[in-house]
Structure formats: structure tokens, C-alpha cells
Write a protein that binds this ligand. Structure first.
Ligand code: SIN
Length: 329
């Protein structure tokens, strides 16, 4: 019997239309799931496919409200006998954030894979159909079960915790950041090269079932001579947590440091991450987190640190416990 796979379409360049096959400008999220699936009829030979237009947006407009609904929909689909896996078509701009959010809030061993495209559906040599096909091949493979949420782009299967969009336009835009991809798809075969060791899905203690809002967490970007004004604005607006995309190993400019220390004393949770494209933000390395009351993000970039902090704040405000989450997830 063929596996039953449900596709949730959310928009993005994979559903984008350009004025001509060689135009670089296009509108994201214009074609619906049925039209998209018609570009890759071969998937119907692999699985029983059903599709649903979940939303139609460019992923620059993705937000927490959609994540909460998406997570709930996927949990409901996967808890039934009629669905063996979910494929999500998604814009590439925030794909890594959606993947990481679902990795922590979907509680199933069944495969969940996100795919997108760097070229619109009407471009020469568009990559969307191949990414959809490869994603379906991966979901059909029993070895994919239990690996958490994955992104399938340009043949690579990349874990949600690691995946980063590291180039604005190349077909090879997606990489594993601090880790290699977990595997790849070639033809109708899937080759896994390593396991995913961080906690996710069935081993995640985070649940957003029934929630319609998450704690407010913002990101402040560090730079030479950094003004503390954006940081102060978030504190004054009552944000629960702030992630600092610090310089180097998560360092803060001297004018920002006293404000961050004061906010931590007032129980705003401060996470130090880094603007560097790779490498961990280490605990107590160049800056004593214990003294300042900060948390180090380890291998999470600022945008994923924000997601983990929002979920952590649904459970606790205890700094030591949140630091432990950053080690485990
Ligand atoms: C988007 O993220 O929706 C636009 C860009 C893309 O999908 O590549």
C-alpha cells in the first residue's frame, strides 16, 4: 500500500509567478496547491497525495498566529491513521524558523518536511517540482521517521535546528550552518549520513495546543558603536525576552551592556546569540553570563533563539532552566 501524504501549501516563491521565464521579479504565493501539484505528477506514483491550501503568503509575512494554527493542524493530521507524513510548501525567507517551531511543537515520529524554491514556478529551470518530488521520496522512506522536522532543498535533507538560508538567491542557498545536512535524496533513494541528536518532536516538552498567542520576544542586532535605543524600546514596550545578535562570541557593545544587565535584573530574559554565520555562542566565555544574568544560545542563531525563548517562556522564567533548554534543543 502507498503511504498517505498530506501537503499543506503556504505560498512562497515555489508558488510564485513572474512576468516572463527570465524575469528576476515575481510575486510569491500566486498559484494554488492543485496547479503546483500538476507540475510534478510523478509524486502520485509514489504516494496517495492530498493537498490543502493552508495560506497564500510570501514567507516574509509568516508569523506566530500562523505557526500556532499550522502546528495544531499537523498534530491533528499525524495523530490519525489516514496520514503517514506531511509535506509543507513554504517560502524560503523564513522556512528555517517555521521548521524549528514545528520541530519543537509537533509531537509525532511521522515525517514532516518543508520544501520551497529559489526560482518561481514560471522561471526557466524552476527548482520547486524537484524539491517537492525529493521531499515526497524522503517522506516515503521508513528511515525518515523519528528524525524531527527536516527541510529538503537542492537534494539536501537538513535538520530544522541546523538549517539556514545562507544566500539570497543561489539554488544552493540552504545549508546546515554548524552541522552538515543529515542526508540527501538522489533519484528515488534517500541516504542518511548522521542522526539528529538534539531534542525534538516526541521528545520535546513544549506544547502550544490551544494557545492563540506566544510571549513577546524581540531581536536586537549588535554592531560597532551599537546604540542601546532599539533594546530600550523593547524593554519599555514590556517584551518578555530579548535576543541579542551579538558580535563575535555574542559580545555586546559597552553602551548596551548596562541596559541589558538592568533589564535582566528586572526579569526580562536576555539571550546572547551571534551575528556570525556559524559557530556557537559559548556560556561564560568572553562575558560572564552568571554575573550579568544572561543566557547563551549555543548553536542557535538569533531567529531560532527567539523561537526557543518564546516556547521556554510559556513554561518558566527560571534562568537556569532556560539555559538548560538552550543546551538540549
Ligand atoms: C518567500 O519567502 O516567500 C519569498 C522568497 C522565497 O520563497 O524564496
Amino acid at each position: 500500500m502507498k503511504p498517505k501524504i498530506h501537503i499543506l501549501a503556504t505560498g512562497g516563491t515555489i508558488a510564485g509567478v513572474s512576468a516572463s521565464a527570465v524575469s528576476t521579479s515575481y510575486s510569491a504565493g500566486r498559484i494554488d496547491i492543485d496547479t503546483l501539484l500538476a507540475t510534478v505528477p510523478q509524486v502520485f506514483e509514489l504516494a496517495d497525495i492530498s493537498g490543502e491550501q493552508f495560506c497564500s503568503i510570501g514567507s516574509q509575512d509568516m508569523n506566530e498566529a500562523i505557526w500556532l494554527k499550522l502546528s495544531s493542524r499537523i498534530n491533528s493530521l499525524l495523530s490519525g491513521e489516514d496520514c503517514d507524513g506531511v509535506l509543507i510548501t513554504h517560502g524560503t525567507d523564513t522556512m528555517e524558523e517555521t521548521a524549528y517551531f514545528l520541530n519543537l511543537t509537533v509531537h509525532s515520529e511521522k515525517p514532516v518536511i518543508l520544501v520551497g524554491a529559489m526560482r518561481s514556478a514560471s522561471a526557466i529551470s524552476e527548482d520547486g517540482p524537484a524539491n517537492i518530488y525529493n521531499g515526497i521520496v524522503a517522506i516515503c522512506d521508513p528511515k525518515t521517521r523519528g528524525r524531527g522536522v527536516l527541510c529538503c532543498m537542492n537534494n539536501h535533507l537538513i535538520a530544522a535546528k541546523d538549517v539556514v538560508k545562507q544566500h539570497t538567491t543561489y539554488l544552493s542557498a540552504f545549508e546546515g550552518g554548524n552541522s552538515d545536512s543529515v542526508g540527501y535524496v538522489f533519484g528515488n533513494n534517500v541516504y542518511y549520513q548522521r542522526d539528529v541528536t538534539s531534542r525534538h518532536t516526541v521528545n520535546s516538552e513544549f506544547s502550544v495546543e490551544g494557545m492563540d498567542k506566544l510571549p513577546e520576544v524581540g531581536i536586537v542586532y549588535g554592531y560597532a558603536g551599537c546604540s542601546p535605543l532599539p533594546f530600550k524600546a523593547l524593554v519599555d514596550a514590556g517584551f518578555d525576552g530579548i535576543v541579542i545578535a551579538g558580535v563575535g562570541n555574542g559580545n555586546l557593545y559597552r553602551d548596551l551592556l548596562p541596559y541589558a544587565e538592568e533589564a535582566a535584573e528586572k526579569s526580562v530574559i536576555i539571550v546572547r546569540s551571534t551575528r556570525c554565520p556559524s559557530g556557537p555562542t559559548s556560556l561564560d566565555a568572553e562575558l560572564n553570563d552568571n554575573r550579568y544574568g544572561f543566557i547563551a544560545s549555543f548553536n542557535l542563531n538569533p531567529q531560532k533563539s527567539r523561537i526557543l525563548l518564546m516556547l521556554a517562556l510559556c513554561r518558566t522564567r527560571d534562568r537556569a532552566r532556560i539555559q538548560e533548554y538552550f543546551l538540549q534543543y
